[in-house]
Design a protein around this ligand. Structure first.
Ligand code: HEC
Ligand code: HEC
Length: 304
């Protein structure tokens, strides 16, 4: 009797690359051998193997006579969501076998990583975020909902990632974490998590007024080869869909967030840069004042 051995990790973090290993017991008779009496032994091989992840085909292989008995197939994929892998082997003489394996994918692990970083000493100061801010559940409650916020020293707004990096450089005497790096996203997610359920109030500070206005102006500005403004989609067509996605009113809630398309957590600036590339315009660099102003514009609309 045919039987399959499957090896899939039971648990993974969202975005992890995981290895899937399969072995199907099967003689794989090539069809080129002869019996002692000179007759050809009929071919009996597995001809195809497929794997579906929650119904979507992610791997397929065609098999040929040169493949040894009990074919072992392994491949890598990205753990995107909890669910099931379904495997199917089809072969000569009506051979058809299936097997399945399930996986649990955890995305809150990003925030857990952030909590570990929160408690880790860093930089020349040898101090952890927790050494100054203690328990984030109390000290960071509602903070993310106020960002981008006005920074007195710089005289301009900074977003949450930039604020965290200011603490890295000024208070920990360390180097800033690169935009979209795992550590910066994890720390931001952990800080932002403490504002879950809090209404966004960014932009309310009167010192931010000119920056909100600049952001709004950019929001209305037609740009790119498609000559579209953010407002053309997000104000004029927010009730419609674009290539299967809801257009939305550009409320920047819940960032950084996980997108299947990114196979990772991503920041609000990453989202804004995708919208800008989408209209075939050159996106501003991560951390550019224009992106912070756009963040502010979207947050303050939400705050109205
Ligand atoms: C040596 C003390 C110290 C350390 C270490 C430190 N911070 Fe801060 N942090 C401050 C101070 C002081 C402020 C207030 C703004 C200022 O004066 O720079 C602040 C402000 C903040 C704010 C903004 C709070 C608000 O209400 O707007 C955030 C968010 C923050 N820190 C996150 C972090 C994170 C994340 C870390 C670790 C990577 C960290 N901080 C490490 C001292 C520190
Ligand atoms: C061609 C239409 C279009 C234009 C122009 C456009 N966007 Fe978007 N935007 C989208 C779509 C569609 C989504 C939702 C994508 C998704 O979730 O899959 C989106 C998502 C967003 C989000 C996230 C909203 C959420 O619910 O998470 C923000 C914020 C945003 N856009 C801001 C902007 C800004 C700022 C500009 C101008 C620089 C802009 N967009 C230009 C179509 C557009």
């Amino acid at each position: 009797m045919a039987s399959a051995l499957i090896n899939v990790p039971k648990k993974a973090k969202r975005g992890d690359i995981i290895e899937v290993k399969t072995l199907m017991s099967h003689i794989m008779e090539t069809g080129y051998r002869h019996t002692a009496g000179g007759e050809v032994v009929p071919r009996d091989i597995i001809t195809s193997f497929t794997c579906r992840y929650n119904g979507v085909e992610i791997f397929r292989a065609d098999l040929f006579p040169a493949i040894a008995a009990n074919p072992f197939i392994s491949f890598f994929t990205v753990a995107t969501e909890s669910g099931k892998f379904d495997f199917e082997w089809i072969g000569d003489r009506g051979f058809a076998e299936t097997a399945s394996a399930s996986i649990t994918v955890e995305c809150m692990l990003w925030a857990l990583d952030g909590e570990t970083l929160w408690n880790s000493k860093a930089g020349a100061s040898g101090r952890a975020c927790a050494d100054c801010h203690q328990d984030a559940r109390a000290s960071m409650k509602g903070v993310a909902a106020r960002y981008p916020a006005f920074d007195k020293t710089l005289g301009r707004p900074v977003n949450l990632e930039q604020r965290i990096n200011l603490c890295r450089t000024e208070h920990q005497q360390g180097s800033p974490l690169p935009y979209e790096s795992r550590d910066l996203l994890a720390l931001t997610a952990f800080v932002a998590q403490q504002s879950r359920g809090t209404a966004i109030v960014a932009g309310a500070d009167p010192q931010l007024e000119p920056f909100v206005a600049k952001g709004r102006k950019l929001f209305m500005l037609r740009q790119g080869q498609l000559n579209l403004a953010c407002a053309n989609c997000h104000d004029d067509n927010w009730d419609k869909r674009l290539a299967g996605s809801a257009v939305t009113q550009a409320h920047p809630t819940g960032y950084p967030l996980y997108r299947l398309e990114w196979q990772s957590l991503g920041s609000l600036q990453r989202r804004l840069r995708s919208c800008i590339s989408g209209i075939r315009a050159q996106p501003y660099d991560y951390g550019a004042p224009e992106l912070v102003e756009l963040e502010l514009c979207c947050s303050s609309v939400t705050a109205l």
